[in-house]
Structures are given as C-alpha cells and as structure tokens.
Design a binder for this molecule. Structure first.
Ligand code: PLP
Length: 387
C-alpha cells in the first residue's frame, strides 16, 4: 500500500517548530531573559461564565436517565442551528436552519468541503493566508493559483479576468494580514463568482473582531452570495472555543438548486458523527444576550492589546496593517522576516511570526497578535518602543 502522491506536494510544516526551536536556543543561552510571545495564534482568556454554566448543566443532564443523549444529528441539534440562524438574522441575513451545519471548528470543514467537488480542480487562494487552505487542496490533488495580497491592494486582492478558478477562498478579516473586505470589494468577488460559475469558500472565523460597522461580517449580506458562496465560521477565536471545538458551515439551498446542500449533508452523514451535545449547549449559550456580552468583553480586551501594539509601532514609524478589525497586526520589517524574528528576539525578547510562513508574499512582513495578557502586551509594546 502506498501513500497518496499528493502528500509529496506538501512542504514540511516547520513554521511554529522553527519558532519554538529558535526561542529555546535563545533561552538556553540567556536563561535570565524573559521572553514575551506576540506570536500566539490561540486565545488566552478563559471561557465566559454563561458558557461554562451551560457546559456543566449539559454534563449533569447527560448523567441522568432522561437527559442522556447518544448519537445526535450529524448536522447539529436544532437548538444550536436555530440559535445560529438567529445570529445571522441579527446581521440581516435570512438563513434556514437546514442551511447550517454545526462543525467541530472551521479547520475541518475548510478542507472537508473539497470532498464534494471533483479532484484536480483549480483553487484560488490568497497569499499570504492561513496555511490550511493550501495544504488541504494539495492533499486533494488540486491545482492552486494565488491571489497576491500586497500593500498596493491594501492586502485585499480583487478578481482578475485572466485567472480562472473553480473554488475561491476568501478570508476576512484575514489571518495573518488583519485586512477585512468592505462591501464594494467583496461584492466584486461575488459578482465574479456568479459570472464565472466559481464557488466561494468564505472563512469568517474572525468576523466578531470587526469593529467598523460599515464592513460586512458575513458574505450573505452581499447581493447574490447565496447563489455562489459557502461560509465557514467558528467560535474558536471569538468565544474561546479553540479547545472546546465548535463552529459551523453555511451551505445555502440556492447553491445549484439545493444539490450542494444535499451533497454536504450526505458527506457529513458518511464521515462525521456530530459535535458533542455538551459542546453544542455551550455554543448555544454564546448566542444568548449574556453570552454575546461576555464575548464582546473578551474581544474588547484583545482589541486594547492590539491598540497598544499599534501605538508602539506608530511611535517607531513602522508601517503596519490590521489590528483595527482583527487580532492580527501585519508589520513591514525592512529585512527578511526570519532576520527580523531573530532581531526582535535578541534585542527585545519579543516573539512574533515571520510573514514568510504564510506564503511567498508574506516575505518581508511579520505578524504580531493581540492574544497575550494585557500585562505582557504592555511590556512587549514598551520593549518595541525602546528598540
Ligand atoms: N480560519 C482561520 C483564518 C484561522 O486563522 C484559523 C485558526 O487559526 C482557523 C480557520 C481554524 O479555526 P478552528 O479552530 O475553528 O478550526
């Protein structure tokens, strides 16, 4: 038995291992120095109280004869699908609960969706971006073309007539650049997809970080998106579910007259047995008024961290992007991104993530995140100012 040839196309995933190795080497040489990481892509604040309450109460229920649940519906319990539909209604997007598929987070579905399409298709993927899109497409044997995100386009690439693709990935707000599409530019992608027959896979994992009320937080607020787009979303970064695991995928019934929705349901029923009941109850609590308030507080906390980092960079006259509507700050480093990594580590004992790890166009850039504690972020910002 041989492993699929497609795996040979994957490049070794060395980014975070290399970061850890360089930090470990530095600490071994300078054990007295305290290193602060602004490279964290994971949340650090604990789950909100209403979420924990729902989790405990669901666990208690599971320990009773009447409240015990075994296999649940693969696509998620109605109570959560309805809560998510209600959340979208609040954004002005009318969704049927049958269009919402509860998932164990965005990452799985961003790749799994490829199961329902032919192999060897062409995927258009932004560069730089969250690396899982590229790898999932390589595993599926797909061809990849890149949409370069550069300062010239505000890190928001737009459709080009000459570039043909079957699937178009869009991540807004983007990881790592923090750039978020406005309505006009996102509508250009929707119109392009409608014209060319391409499917958009829209990753809205950071939608709740959008502060600017004029920016779309779902692709379904755009004209015609229900005919060309699947949206993948997650409670990981917004509600601290990176460890608990829950998200959702929206597959509108308008997509190819319901056949995409039906195919995805079929795929899920074959390969997925649903998200744990207790986790779905915790997720439902996020959408309560109390839950949403708690989420807002956490996001405001990270937002203030982003502001602290941004003001340090401003003071130093360093050009950067993001941070306003995203937990990520994307800064120019004026040298190769690994050179800058070493410089920041040795001179300020601050760790970030080299932009080159997110794609070729990330070279020369560096990602800082707002996910550390206020105390650590404040110290790191001061150190950057003193550089
Ligand atoms: N999409 C983007 C853009 C991300 O940055 C991440 C995680 O960092 C994910 C999806 C994965 O999220 P999840 O924890 O929901 O699988």
């Amino acid at each position: 038995m041989r492993i699929s040839e497609n795996f040979k196309a994957l490049t070794p995933n060395y980014l975070f291992a290399e970061v850890a190795a360089r930090v470990a080497a530095f600490k071994a040489r300078f054990p007295e120095k305290e290193v602060i990481s602004l490279g964290i892509g994971d949340v650090t604040l604990p789950l909100a109280e209403p979420v924990v309450r729902a989790l405990k109460s669901a666990a208690d229920e599971m320990g009773t004869k009447s409240g015990f649940r075994g296999y649940g519906p693969e696509q998620g319990y109605d109570f959560l699908r309805e809560a998510i539909a209600g959340y979208y209604a609040g954004k002005g997007a009318a969704l049927d609960k049958e269009e919402i598929f509860v998932s164990d987070g965005a990452k799985s579905d961003l790749g799994n969706l490829l199961d329902i399409f032919p192999r060897g298709i062409t995927a258009l993927i932004p560069d730089p971006v969250y690396p899982a899109y590229v790898d999932a497409n390589l595993i599926s044997g797909n061809k990849i073309v890149y949409a370069k995100a550069l300062p010239e386009n505000g890190f928001l690439p737009l459709p080009e007539k000459s570039v043909k693709a079957d699937v178009i990935y869009i991540c807004s707000p983007n990881n790592p650049t923090g750039a978020a599409y406005d309505e006009e530019r996102l509508q250009m992608w929707v119109d392009h997809a409608l014209k060319t027959g391409a499917l958009i896979i829209y990753d809205a994992a950071y939608e709740r970080f959008i502060k600017d009320k004029s920016l779309p937080t779902t692709i379904y607020s755009l004209r015609g998106a229900e005919y060309c787009a699947i949206e993948v979303c997650s409670l990981s970064k917004t509600a601290g579910f990176t460890g608990l695991r829950c998200g959702w995928t929206v597959v509108p019934k308008e997509l190819q007259s319901g056949s995409v929705n039906a195919a995805w349901l079929r795929r899920q029923c074959v390969k997925f047995n649903g998200v744990p009941y207790v986790v779905q109850r915790a997720a439902q609590a996020v959408f309560s008024a109390e839950g949403l308030r708690a989420v807002e507080e956490n996001i405001a906390y990270y937002g203030e961290n982003a502001r602290l980092i941004a003001s340090a960079l401003k003071e130093k006259g360093i050009r950067f992007f993001g941070g306003e509507n995203s937990p990520y700050i994307w800064m120019e480093c004026g040298m190769s991104s690994w050179e800058f990594f070493d410089k920041l580590l040795t001179c300020a004992q601050v760790v970030g993530t080299p932009g080159a790890g997110f794609g070729e166009a990330g070279e020369g850039y560096f990602r800082l995140t707002a996910f550390n504690s206020r105390e650590n972020t404040t110290v790191a910002a001061e150190r950057i100012k003193k550089l």
